[in-house]
Write a protein that binds this ligand. Structure first.
Ligand code: DX5
Ligand code: ZN
Length: 221
């Protein structure tokens, strides 16, 4: 049976109570903390950096922290996030001058490495680095903001990415990010995803336990 992971995106959390919010979703059954880093350059929004990651570790958060870098350039922040306690680090290939080197930096720092594909970014960036990625993250919205609608063409792209992973024989996670809800998570899993980022669909609900249980039940059908 597939080992599905749910990764709440803290972009939609109440930042004034971030530590409590992260503990609440983890206590409610989340597996991974999805940490969106935006630089107002690669994407038109500005969020949080390594200091906040470090603060979550200091607050006692031990769950994997999945750092999604929407920044350009990427390499210096990779080093900063390794030091700050990141577990997974993913970046957008168009944002790195040297994709192979950036992936290597992440693994050398002891983290899991991944590439993120915007809705219109082709998967061919993977051609020569399948042995260097632990995670393939497909964006199902254009990056920059939470609360957008899932782009349906992502389902075919997920199927294509799943084929590439299965053909490679590597244990690569297939993650999806953007517009994931209780209503579409089952269909997204059926297309081949095993790791689900959801921000507004979790944090904008009053009862995280109930929402995560609903998502989980869609994955076991
Ligand atoms: C968008 C971010 C997402 C976002 C998802 O650029 O990468 O992680 O927070 O939010 P929802 O689940 O609300 O679409
Ligand atoms: Zn994200």
């Amino acid at each position: 049976m597939t080992d599905f992971l749910i990764a709440p995106s803290i972009l939609s959390a109440d930042f004034a109570r971030l530590g409590d919010e992260v503990n609440a979703v983890l206590d409610a059954g989340a597996d991974v903390v999805h940490f969106d880093v935006m630089d107002n350059h690669y994407v038109p929004n500005l969020t949080i950096g390594p200091m906040v990651c470090k603060a979550l570790r200091k607050h006692g958060i031990t769950a994997p922290i999945d750092v999604h870098l929407m920044v350009k350039p990427v390499d210096r922040l990779i080093g900063d996030f390794i030091e700050a306690g990141a577990s997974w680090i993913t970046f957008h290939p168009e944002a790195s001058e040297h994709i192979d080197r950036s992936l290597q930096l992440i693994r050398d720092g002891g983290c899991k490495s991944g590439l993120v594909f915007n809705p219109a970014t082709p998967l061919h960036y993977l051609d020569y680095v399948m042995d260097k990625v632990d995670i393939i993250l497909l964006m199902s919205v254009n990056p920059g903001f939470g609360g957008q609608k899932f782009i349906p063409a992502t389902l075919d792209k997920l199927r294509e990415a799943r084929q590439r992973i299965d053909a490679s024989g590597y244990p690569i996670r297939l993650e999806v990010d953007g517009g994931v809800t209780v209503d579409n998570i089952g269909q997204i899993a059926a297309a081949g995803a095993d790791t689900f980022v959801a921000g507004s669909a979790i944090f904008n609900t009053p009862d995280y336990v109930a929402t995560l249980a609903q998502m989980r039940s869609q994955l076991s059908q």
